[in-house]
Design a binder for this molecule. Structure first.
Ligand code: CP
Length: 308
């Protein structure tokens, strides 16, 4: 098979074959980041525009490094340094970028659906780098790659996603990705942070973390999304940490070789204890490394498709 899509907007609309195809394409790109000269000519002559309307450390840097290691030209735009600050619409901004013959836009935006709106209106490829509560597809792809590397497979693994499920685009993309790839997914968190549509994903819902962690192979801890909650959904952060924070004692309920993951940024001492975040079982920085390879593979596939 080949990957024939113009854009990557989410994993909900991808088949398991397409997800596996992107992961396979990303594999050879891992080795490039370990070289002294970290560059291949795969995207020479192409231009990638990073359009980040929300803060980001990992995703923005990772997309920039991925594009540069593929020899693309990269332009970084933020709302404060662009004409968005003067009232220009998102669509007009994208159309102007397209008129300058860029090839791809990578967009992060606080509104769910922002990437899809652009993708429908422009001919260049659009990659969703996180849109509101909706999806963060490359995060889930790099999570899959990290699980696959450490466990050898994803199918039939018991995976617990812990925290603020309702406000997390990482949770949503991972629920799509993991269930499509055959994992048995549990979600755990306070009832006020659980969305009503979880039955559609075929995941098990837990309100008690200790029960959710029993014998799991992988724990994905989510950041408490304080900036997205609007009003407080929990009495206090201390209370949240006490009931839903991943501690070393709680990790003991999981399988002996459990893998602990977190998309970052990490709120140490809130959703995850310091010693757990730094433990042997934690692969948080491996996730970050894999992000570059996944994004290289994805951009390579999208560029190939545009050339065919
Ligand atoms: N995981 C993630 O999206 O991190 P950033 O917000 O730093 O990009």
């Amino acid at each position: 098979m080949s990957f024939q899509r113009k854009d990557l907007l989410g994993l909900g609309s991808l088949t398991s074959e397409e997800i596996a195809f992107i992961l396979k394409a990303a594999e050879p790109f891992k080795e490039i980041s370990g070289r002294e000269i970290k560059k291949v000519p795969a995207l020479r002559g192409k231009t990638v525009v990073n359009l980040f309307f929300e803060p980001s450390t990992r995703t923005r840097t990772s997309f920039e490094l991925a594009a540069k290691r593929l020899s693309a030209d990269v332009v970084n735009m933020s709302p404060s340094s662009s004409s968005v600050a003067k009232g220009e619409t998102l669509l007009d901004t994208a159309r102007n970028i397209e008129s300058m013959k860029a090839d791809m836009i990578v967009i992060r935006h606080s509104s769910a659906g922002a990437a899809e709106i652009l993708a429908r209106q422009v001919r260049l490829s659009v990659i969703n780098a996180g849109d509101g509560w909706h999806e963060h597809p490359t995060q889930a792809l790099l999570d899959l790659m990290t699980i696959q590397e450490n466990k050898g497979h994803v199918r039939d693994l018991r995976v617990a996603i812990v925290g603020d499920i309702a406000h997390s685009r990482v949770a949503r993309s991972n629920m799509h990705a993991l269930t499509k790839m055959g994992a048995k997914v549990r979600v755990a968190g306070p009832p006020t942070m659980m969305p009503p549509y979880l039955h559609r994903f075929g995941v098990e819902v837990y309100y008690h973390l200790d029960e959710a962690l029993a014998d799991v192979d992988v724990i994905i801890v989510l950041r408490l999304q304080l900036e997205r909650q609007g009003s407080s959904l929990f009495p206090s952060i201390r209370e949240y940490a006490r009931l839903y924070g991943l501690t070393a004692a709680r990790v003991k309920r999981a399988a002996r070789d459990v893998l602990i993951m977190h998309p970052g940024p990490v709120n140490r001492g809130i959703e995850i204890a310091h010693d757990v975040a730094d433990s042997e079982a934690a692969v948080i920085l491996d996730q970050v490394s894999n992000g570059v390879a996944v994004r290289m593979g994805l951009m390579y596939l999208l560029a190939q498709r545009r050339e065919s």
